[in-house]
Design a protein around this ligand. Sequence first.
Ligand code: FES
Length: 154
Amino acid sequence: EGVSTISLKVNGTVRAIRAEPRVTLLDALREYLDLTGSKKGCDHGQCGACTVLVDGKRVNSCLTLAIMTQGKEVTTIEGLAKEGGELHPMQAAFLKHDGFQCGYCTPGQIMSAVACVQEGHAGSEAEVREWMSGNLCRCSAYPNITAAILEAKG
Ligand code: FES
């Protein structure tokens, strides 16, 4: 009782889980679908480590109910590289510019960065910093992250 079938389309594949309606998208990804790239930093919308795209828009998956994303396209860090393993340009730019140190925040940083460019918020360094301000990095790799985004936007 209290458990529903929730159908999620993640990285192009539809998968059904059996879970309580209150399960977050982050927990659905990590605990039910074994997609552990999205990280749980704060679980309260404060750190951005859990950032994914829903219909191309970034969301904090810890603040999103999985059930609310039914019928939408969820993209996680696991879905960015091409099938043969070729990195997404944003991933390549993060590597080139050392846009991480410990790497814990990196999946969320990269998903937010992809949205930054796609949604047209990478016009200047200041604009990038503003857009990315919800993604915290304890190693303080911010200058390198900004440089990576400015390069990847082409
Ligand atoms: Fe979602 Fe921190 S884990 S914002």
